[in-house]
Design a protein around this ligand. Sequence first.
Ligand SMILES: Cc1cc2nc3c(=O)[nH]c(=O)nc-3n(C[C@H](O)[C@H](O)[C@H](O)COP(=O)(O)OP(=O)(O)OC[C@H]3O[C@@H](n4cnc5c(N)ncnc54)[C@H](O)[C@@H]3O)c2cc1C
Length: 493
Amino acid sequence: MAAGRRVRHRPRRRGAFRFRARDPQLPRRPAGPAGDPGDSGTARAEGRVRVLRPGPGPGLPQGQQHDDRSRVAAGRPRAGRREVTEVDGRPIVIVGAGHAGVQTAARLAELGRETVLIDQDEALPYERPPLSKDVLKGAVTTPNPLRKADFYAARGIARIGGKRVARVLRDSREIEFADGERLRYGKLILATGSTARTLPVPGSDLRGVRTLKTAADASALRGELAPGRRVVLVGAGYVGLEVAAAARSLGCAVTVIEAQDRVMSRVTSDVVSRFYEDLHRAEGTRFVFGEGVTAFEGAGAVEKVVTSSGEVHEADVVVAGIGVVPNQSLAEEAGLACADGVLVDRQCRTSDPDVYAVGDVVRQVCPEEGIDRRLESVQSAVAQGIAAADAIAGSDRVKAEVPWFWTVQHGVRLQTAGLREPGDEVLLRGTPGQGRFSVLYLRDGRLAAIDTVGSARDFAPARKLIASGALIDRGLAADPGVKLSQAQYLATV
Ligand SMILES: Cc1cc2nc3c(=O)[nH]c(=O)nc-3n(C[C@H](O)[C@H](O)[C@H](O)COP(=O)(O)OP(=O)(O)OC[C@H]3O[C@@H](n4cnc5c(N)ncnc54)[C@H](O)[C@@H]3O)c2cc1C
């Protein structure tokens, strides 16, 4: 990869992008229609970004675009010096300031690259996992920020909040905001996340039928959870069960309706499902398995949930926890390859070499490694942010990561590493009745995944065993008296 052009950072240089760490500025524009966060008139930017006014952009003529990878400098900057990578004098722009977008910006900052980080939400970027846990229970009132407020400007990240990106114009390499303003990009990273899936049944627009994705959703839901309120959760996945636990802890009467015959069936084995079902039942949650929801009924607000058997469940609040859909419309409308997620390679490149995508919005496809998956987790968002940033900085390095995830329900933590498949051999380690056990998933005699319940002791060694692909001695692995790190199969010669 050829070395690119490095420019020492100086405020007030020529070009489309200027960043001045101590110069908060607002790309002000007139207020637009209500309900459109991009037109709220409250956009904030930390740093200085020149935004083009509506009108045809002066982009390069089609067919004369550069392969900017040759212009991107590789490697770390010298200590104490901030260097700016310019791609034809245009900034690196990130759309979406969730876990993935913020990590991409942070990693690029480590590599000496300044970025523009845009989000339709005006708030300081925050962590989503606590929304269905401590925020809902009221243990914390405001979501934890992903980074402190002064992090961004101090690292050359020009944060623009409260502006929605409406279009990507790949020919001119610009993004267009909902209000028609435009911003050029040298490299673009789409980190637009996902949206909670809603139920396409009659009554789904009734007041009280909710989803949980944002801090505003959590705060509104929290306001509805009070002793005696009847809460129906549709879907017994991670989020639904975490909400069920929070609602019970607040004294609500909780019913979970799940189309499959057990909880978390998509992500874990029978033994773990039964353990968590028992835990929730012991805490007073009622389950309805094997039924779908066919309608919500009520006069203005939800009062009843009707299931496929015709059974009716009274409800004051309903939360649909039935998964998410990737926010891929920007990519799709720009003609990028998408298939239930923006398609990216190992380094998060889309079908356009100037556009990357990271986090919940992507489907990563690497045929040579047998990878074709869409993961919705903090770990995956962070790993992809790092991979994309490294690629933009000119490095081919991709750190092999074992995917992992966690959930906490009624105080019992489940940690998962690796990706289980339905045909995997299941090996129990420990006793579920004691509240601390692990389930190992073996494929071809090797550890493919693990669930640890109530104890994280096996988690770190399991991640190493999964990464190494070592053969496992089943007898040793099933014995909780033996350290998992010593459960490798050692052939006798
Ligand atoms: C309630 C809840 C609990 C969770 N619990 C866990 C957990 O315990 N463990 C775990 O690993 N994961 C958990 N997750 C999943 C995890 O939070 C997500 O996988 C992660 O947030 C994905 O990060 P992201 O940056 O891809 O997307 P997001 O965090 O969704 O961020 C995307 C951002 O893009 C912005 N955006 C979208 N479109 C535009 C646009 N056109 N213009 C401007 N901005 C735009 C959005 O406003 C948003 O801020 C949970 C998620 C939720 C909702």
